[in-house]
Design a protein around this ligand. Structure first.
Ligand code: NCD
Length: 358
């Protein structure tokens, strides 16, 4: 099996690997100048098929601060993608130009599909509503630096838990640490997908679902706010029904613990009142800065060849199609149908959805 230093899902790597990365992130925060030449002569390709400010710019700045160079696009309309080129061909070609690829795409499983053919390591910068592992590394470094621990925390996730890929990745990661409790605050329509609840159940950690932020805020050590992901709704009307359902304001902050920290992957729409920015517990701008440092640590680790995982863990089931209509296997038909498991229920290797075997 081909081994490469791709980062598709953080949980493909052992927790000890994350901890080494967070230690390196901490060293870089303390003395970024010491790493100014660490990636001289290396090239990073950024393939952004979906809008991004922080993720793209923090990756680019991270590479520049390591002494490396950049190529890429942030508007597929100006690349051959507009002529109908598939992911396989684009990534195969660009991976021949660059030493590392960072990719964001609107479809679940797309970055894994890219990694299958790319000749260099591929980093997932967000694949549809599925995962966003480097935002999770950002969140973990923020928690480590600001709370001093990744264990024993009561973490509230509030907003669009259905479509928020940052929420999915962070819950998967935090369920690997002892004593964490999860409070899932959302409307019924925007509840956490079953495959992430399965991860929580398997971890044996406590979690509860509720719909009232005001009632829940007092017990939290960390509040992870998210925007309602308009672009992932089937229709404008459905979005309008959910829009503005949660707003963190100063009145609610007054009910929270003195040492709560408020995180948000950003961009914010209307779910955190601007006045909350002046509260010392609002950590989201600092969180975005930590994102650059942890991405420096990640690029360094990947380019030094200190990461290797087998990309395919299961096997091909030719006649079974993934049950998730938003999975990349429905759009890029040449992709092998890789699933984990051999029983009647299989797990799609691209998007993690359960599917009945054919
Ligand atoms: C998030 C994303 O793209 O998933 N943003 C980010 O990467 N900082 C969150 C979002 O878009 O709501």
């Amino acid at each position: 099996m081909r081994m490469k230093a791709d980062l598709i899902d953080l949980n493909d790597y052992p927790v000890e690997w994350w901890e080494k990365l967070l230690d390196l992130g901490h060293k870089i925060v303390s003395d970024p100048a010491a790493y100014a030449h660490a990636c001289e002569g290396k090239i990073m390709g950024t393939l952004f098929y979906e809008p991004s400010t922080r993720t793209q710019m923090s990756f680019q700045t991270a590479m520049l601060r390591l002494g490396g160079s950049l190529i890429g696009f942030d508007n597929p309309a100006t690349s051959s993608v507009a002529k109908g080129e598939n992911i396989k061909d684009t990534t195969k070609i660009v991976s021949g130009y660059a030493d590392i690829l960072v990719m964001r795409h609107p479809t679940a499983g797309s970055v894994k599909a890219a990694a299958l053919t790319a000749d260099c390591p591929v980093i997932n910068a967000g694949d549809g509503g599925h995962l966003h592992p480097t935002q999770t590394l950002t969140d973990l470094l923020t928690l480590k630096e600001e709370k001093g621990t990744l264990s024993g925390l009561t973490i509230g996730f509030c907003g669009d838990l259905k479509n928020g890929r940052t929420v999915h990745s962070l819950i998967k990661a935090m369920s690997c640490f002892k004593g964490n409790r999860f409070v899932l605050i959302s409307t019924k329509e925007l509840a956490l997908p079953v495959y992430i609840k399965d991860v929580l159940s398997a971890s044996g950690l406590e979690y509860k679902e509720c719909s009232d932020l005001e009632k829940a805020i007092g017990e939290l050590d960390v509040l992870y706010m998210t925007r309602i992901q308009q672009e992932r709704f089937a229709s404008r009307e459905e979005y309008e029904k959910q829009k503005g359902c949660y707003v963190l304001d100063r009145k609610k902050m007054a009910l929270a613990k003195a040492d709560l920290i408020v995180l948000h992957p950003l961009p914010r729409v209307d779910e955190i009142e601007i006045a909350v920015d002046d509260d010392s517990r609002a950590m989201y701008f600092k969180q975005a800065e930590y994102g650059m440092y942890i991405r420096m640590a990640l690029i360094l680790t990947v380019l030094e060849g200190q990461a290797h995982i087998p990309l395919v863990k299961g096997r091909e089931h030719r006649h079974t199609l993934c049950s998730n209509p938003n999975c990349i296997t429905h759009k890029e038909k040449y992709l092998p149908h890789y699933f984990i498991g051999d029983g009647t229920t299989l797990i799609c290797e691209y998007c993690d959805e359960r599917t009945l075997a054919e």
